[in-house]
Design a binder for this molecule. Sequence first.
Ligand SMILES: [Zn+2]
Length: 561
Amino acid sequence: MKNVTGNKHLVLKTAIVVLVAVIGISLGYVGVGWINSYNVEKVYFDKGEYDLYEGQTVDVTAKTDPFGAKVAYSSNNENVAAVSGNGRITALSQGEAVITAFHKKSGKRATVRVVVMRSKLILNLTVSALDLDVGETYKLQTVSSFSGSEEKPQLKFRSEDTSVAEVSDDGEISAVGRGETTVVVYNEEYGVSKEVSLKVRPLLEKLSFAEGFAEIAVGERYVPQLELFPDGVRDTQVELKTSNDLVAAIVGDGVVGKASGDAFITATNKSSGKSTTMLVRVVRPAASVRVDKTAVSLYEDQYAEVNAEVFPENADNTDVLWTSSDEGVAKVNVVAKGKARIEGVSEGKCTVRAASADTPGVYAEIEVTVSKRQVTKPPQQTENISKETYINGILVVNKTYGLPKNYNEGGGLTAETAAAFEEMKKAAAKDGISLRIASGYRSYNHQKRLFEGYLTRRGQSREYVETYSARPGHSEHQAGVAIDVNMASDAFLGTPAQKWLDKHCVEYGFIIRYPEGKQQYTGFKYEPWHVRYLGKENAEKVSSSGLCLEEYLGITSEYAD
Ligand SMILES: [Zn+2]
């Protein structure tokens, strides 16, 4: 029941709504008819001309005065521009058309000119040139549009040389072979195209160092040269690595020597993964050689010791090579590391070179002058010698050169000799060595007693006695310039005192007067205890010459009879 009552109400309401609507529409129709039926003063467009691209639309509704009269539209060229009943113009193809709005009742009209232009295809590429490796692909990015249209232009792609690169319908370039070509993006219909220059490079096949080995100095920088095959590879970048950066460090594109040693240097090309290795040896060469004498003067049978040192001290090789520019003038012989003996051979000049054993061009030189010895003739041997002999300022007392019988009688050691011995004695004491005078000054008569005593008491031959004892008048002890140190005995040999004396006596102006192996020159056998005072300068000269005093002065030591 309830439902039936509801339905009755709904039917009534619907009928009322329909009635109101019909009345409204009727009134509206009457109104429009009223407006259309009146004359309008004017029909007009806001603009006189529209420039449109193909496909573009524009609403150009004509206006009337008074407002709101209905007009009809027409195009004089439907192929160029069409117009709808409510004034929407659609540009169709290139050309010109005139659109007319016409008010039938009044006969008023207005026209607008429509110029239709060909659509423009605007095409741009994000690249204009490409470098690719063989096998590489690249998707071309295009930016394209039509002017006045949302439509997406259709584009085609082509490669000028497909042996170099191919390009797919959607613009993916595949580099297939080494060379150059052009990829064209185009739309034939609109006559638009853009080009991409393409260079296709080969892949790196082989990488090698120009040198498999290099030797550099500490601190030196070396830039290894690389050879890449084939030519024209795009990615030529290599990364250098060292097997030992304490020896050879990588700095930029080079290698810097850090310390002596070997290091392997590897170069790797990332994109191809190719690599190569070389050996770099780092050395610390000699920088200079210093010698302790730059000039040496020698007699023909004299020698001098010279020292040379290689710098820096931590150079790989501090050995010295000694050479003489003229072995006919002077020879040079190695004595020890950094020490050599230059021996005079014959009169002349030459140069002795001390060179680094491993670094060419690093050396020092010693100018050597060798002169002939002036042999001094001994004076006539007489029983009573009237005068002592000085040669080169040195008082000479030996078998050839004697002293007057009363020379230095009661004089003792000379003041210089005694003072020098005291100085030496103190120095020795500091080294824990005790030196004392076993025999210093001996007068002519003292020597006579000694010498004759050896002949009579020992029963030794005169010839034998004369190897160790001087005849009176021929002993340095008489001159007060000789001292027998500690003991005049072969037992002295090998004692700490003997060794000290041998090593240091020169520093105090003494020489070992009768050295070992010089008996043929001195006339006496080796006496390690017998020192002769010469003064520091002469003692040094004689000692460094390696000669005994007779050799040094170029004299003999032989009795006349
Ligand atoms: Zn003596």
